[in-house]
Design a protein around this ligand. Structure first.
Ligand SMILES: C[S@@+](CC[C@H](N)C(=O)[O-])C[C@H]1O[C@@H](n2cnc3c(N)ncnc32)[C@H](O)[C@@H]1O
Length: 274
């Protein structure tokens, strides 16, 4: 391991490794399972932005300052999101769920939900497709600041006004310069902090699981382990919807079969490929 600082950074490879080990042991953060180059770049920007000198000062910042960790998670994670992100994929997803007639309450998990746009998109879709059914969405993310925004359910007008006006009329109320999600729709959703890398999936069984634009940030091994967890949390015949660049490799390893673009269905018997 070189003792020279990594090009463009204030730290050596050894210091970076030590920092990741410290974050795992003291903060329960599995930084070593993110794609390294991208994570280091974002940590570096965080260090600069907050006037910290190096990884030692970052440790102190995270260890001593209770809001430091929340800020770190919020600023280091990538948060690009929107309502019905990749609309064509949402149309295919809507058709896939409509092919099923639910027998009881529909349970959904939005894993890596961001600031709520994705979760409320799912809630709107389920409310429209299954008007006579109860449904429940558990929405989780590692980042508490995004979760607080999601819980507040109030979005800038610009983020909402790209939606068809009938959806705005039915599911939003105007408040000052924001659009707020109606109480009726919020009642279906529960937000909770959950780290996909570090925690087991929720103990519930889900008919629908969304994990979109999250897996891409993780190492190959971590991706496999998480897909295994997502699959374990799915009911037989349940549907998994992933992001537009997250095609699963050999999904049969996880008892999943392709079921449309970026969609996978859970099968209850092992799938043999030869
Ligand atoms: C690019 S956003 C995607 C948001 C939404 N799923 C979408 O596609 O619009 C990635 C999200 O993954 C979350 N995330 C990153 N690492 C995570 C982890 N270990 N466990 C849970 N969520 C994580 C981030 O906080 C962020 O909200």
């Amino acid at each position: 391991m070189s003792e020279q600082p990594l090009p463009g950074y204030e730290w050596t490879e050894k210091e970076w490794r030590n920092f990741c080990q410290w974050a795992q042991a003291k903060l329960g953060l599995s930084l070593g399972e993110y794609k390294e180059a991208q994570l280091q770049r974002r940590v570096h920007s965080f260090v600069r932005r907050h006037g910290l000198d190096d990884l030692a000062t970052l440790r102190a910042f995270l260890g001593e300052n209770p809001s430091g960790l929340s800020l770190f998670l919020h600023e280091v994670m990538i948060h690009v999101t929107s309502f019905f992100r990749d609309p064509k994929l949402w149309s295919a997803f809507a058709s896939a769920i409509s092919r099923h007639t639910p027998t009881g309450e529909i349970r959904a998990w939005d894993a890596g939900c961001g600031a709520g746009q994705e979760t409320y998109s799912l809630a709107m879709l389920l409310a429209l497709r299954f008007p006579h059914h109860l449904f429940r969405i558990l929405a989780t993310d590692i980042d508490p600041i995004s979760l607080a925004l999601a819980q507040a359910g109030a979005f800038p007008k610009k983020a909402v006004e790209m939606l068809p006006s009938r959806l705005i009329t039915q599911f939003f109320v105007a408040k000052d310069d924001l659009w707020e999600i109606t109480e009726t729709l919020r009642r279906y959703v529960q937000f909770r902090q959950h780290d996909l890398l570090h925690q087991l999936p929720p103990s519930d069984t889900f008919d629908v699981v969304l994990c979109r634009n999250v897996l891409i940030y993780f190492s190959k091994n971590a991706q496999d382990r998480i897909v295994e967890h997502l699959s374990a949390a799915m009911a037989p015949d349940g549907l998994l919807f992933v992001g537009a660049s997250e095609q699963l490799f050999s999904p049969e390893r996880f008892a999943l079969v392709p079921s449309g673009p970026f969609l996978y269905r859970k099968v209850s018997v092992p799938v043999y490929t030869h």
